[in-house]
Design a protein around this ligand. Structure first.
Ligand code: MLT
Ligand code: ZN
Length: 453
């Protein structure tokens, strides 16, 4: 058995079903061919695994909840998948510090629920919270639906224990608030997609819960008015979320989940806002202003927690509702003020070049992050369509580059975007990034082939 000096036989799987399940994430179209899946149970075993893999020149692919959308956790070339499924314990809670020490395999929702039990709040949230793991969230610096108010995963990580490609276990920051002792390696590992080290444990910060939330869905006829609406509400209150979706996205999610449309008349776009119920008066005034200006055609305000949850489904269910169309997924960002012009430019390009393609827009427009999903026409195979998506990407990414934007705002680079990294990062930056990779992982055993072309 491989790894017999580190793991017990029950911690290694290599049957065909397991390889197929643990060898991939939510992406399609990449080959899946790991040689084994291993399930370490503590930091010591992870360090032993890496030391063994280094000696035997075995490539390792770290694997969390496998909800990634860029192929970062896909093992296509005989790699060994290192699953964190059995490192799923909450190890410690320090109420004075509001710090929770978690193993990397703790599910996002489990941390959210743990926080609630302490009358506290873990604010990073997204549709895949029920399956995604904290280690994976950190590896991609996951964002989601509350970034406008609470920031990204990075903002909640107070400490990390990580095994580098040399098998060393590093303790990064230890939960400190202030620590001005040189390079903060914690931030290097955040967003590194498993290429520099295997994240084993995390100290996650919690905060006070907000007041009960209310949700508003507004019909917005023109894309430039989405920004006017955002500015009006931002001016008078603190938003917890400002999301958007196009009418086609709404049509898909309503059909898939058998949901009613929120408004009597369709609009080109919809904005979904969430805010503290204590800000209701200010929200009413902002709404009236938007109606008077003609920026908003109509709106609905949740009257109960149940209604708020069902309005959220209109946004959070979109990704799943279009999955059967195997969309070519884009996860773009520009600064918020550039969003309307940028969105129109990309729309024009896709319309002119591929008039037969259906395009679903949705995303976290309040922080400048737009998900452009191009749906696969039935007559194209997944492979043909992915090749077309890849071929059209340079045109879209040139528009991103001109605006100094990002070709992957929150999903990571993985396999899907690695040919295009240079549209968002300079040659000098990529050279330095590769230098870091060589330093942390001199034998190239950690998630090889990801991030860089
Ligand atoms: C979302 O915002 O719904 C997620 O990032 C997933 C997706 O983009 O499909
Ligand atoms: Zn998203």
């Amino acid at each position: 058995m491989m790894f017999e000096e580190v793991l017990s036989p029950g911690q290694v799987k290599n049957d065909a079903d397991s390889l197929a399940v643990w060898g991939k994430d939510w992406t399609n179209g990449f080959s899946v061919a790991p040689s084994a899946v291993v399930f370490p149970e503590d930091n010591h075993q992870v360090a032993g695994l890496v030391a063994y893999a280094r000696r035997e020149k075995i490539a390792l692919v770290p694997s969390g909840g496998r909800t990634g959308l860029s192929g970062g956790a896909v093992a296509g070339h005989g790699e060994v998948v290192v699953s964190f499924d059995r490192m799923n314990k909450i190890l410690n809670f320090n109420p004075e510090e509001r710090l929770v020490t978690c193993q990397a395999g703790v599910i996002t929702q489990a941390l959210q629920e743990f926080a609630r039990e302490q009358n506290l709040f873990y604010p990073v949230d997204f549709a895949s919270s029920g399956s995604s793991q904290l280690g994976g969230n950190v590896a991609t610096n996951a964002g989601g639906i509350k970034v406008i108010r609470y920031g990204l995963t990075r903002d909640w990580v107070a400490g990390l224990r990580v095994v580098t490609g040399t098998g060393q276990l590093l303790h990064c920051n230890n939960g400190l608030v202030k620590n001005a002792t040189g390079y903060d390696m914690r931030h290097l590992f955040i967003g590194s997609e498993g290429t520099l080290g295997l994240i084993c444990e995390l100290d996650m910060r919690l905060t006070k819960p907000p007041a009960p939330q209310v949700v508003m869905v507004l019909g917005v006829p023109r894309v430039d008015h989405l920004l006017d609406v955002l500015n009006s509400f931002n001016h008078t209150l603190t938003l917890s979320a400002f999301e958007f979706f196009s009418d086609l996205a709404l049509e898909k999610v309503c059909a898939h989940r058998t949901l009613a449309r929120p408004l009597a008349e369709p609009a080109a776009y919809y904005a979904l806002l969430e805010f503290d119920e204590t800000a209701m008066d200010s929200a009413g005034k902002a709404f009236e202003h938007c109606i008077n200006e003609g920026w908003v055609a109509d709106g609905v305000l949740s009257q109960s927690q149940a209604q708020a949850a069902s309005l959220w489904q209109l946004r959070e269910g979109i990704s799943e509702s279009i999955a059967a169309h195997t969309p070519y997924k884009n996860d773009l960002s520009v600064t918020v003020s550039q969003v309307p012009e940028f969105l129109s430019e990309v729309d024009r390009f896709v319309d002119d070049s591929y008039p037969d393609f259906e395009v679903c827009w949705y995303g976290h427009i309040g922080d400048g992050n737009l998900h452009l999903n191009i749906l696969r026409p039935e007559h194209l195979s997944v492979e043909e369509f992915m090749a077309m998506g890849h071929a059209m990407s340079p045109n879209i990414f040139s528009l991103v580059q001109t605006r100094g934007g990002s070709i992957s705002a929150e999903h990571g680079v993985g396999l899907l975007k690695k040919d295009f990294l240079h549209y968002s990062r300079s040659e000098a930056e990529i050279t330095l990034m590769k230098g870091l990779k060589n330093l942390f992982d001199p034998d190239q055993i950690l998630n090889p082939g990801k991030l860089f072309a």
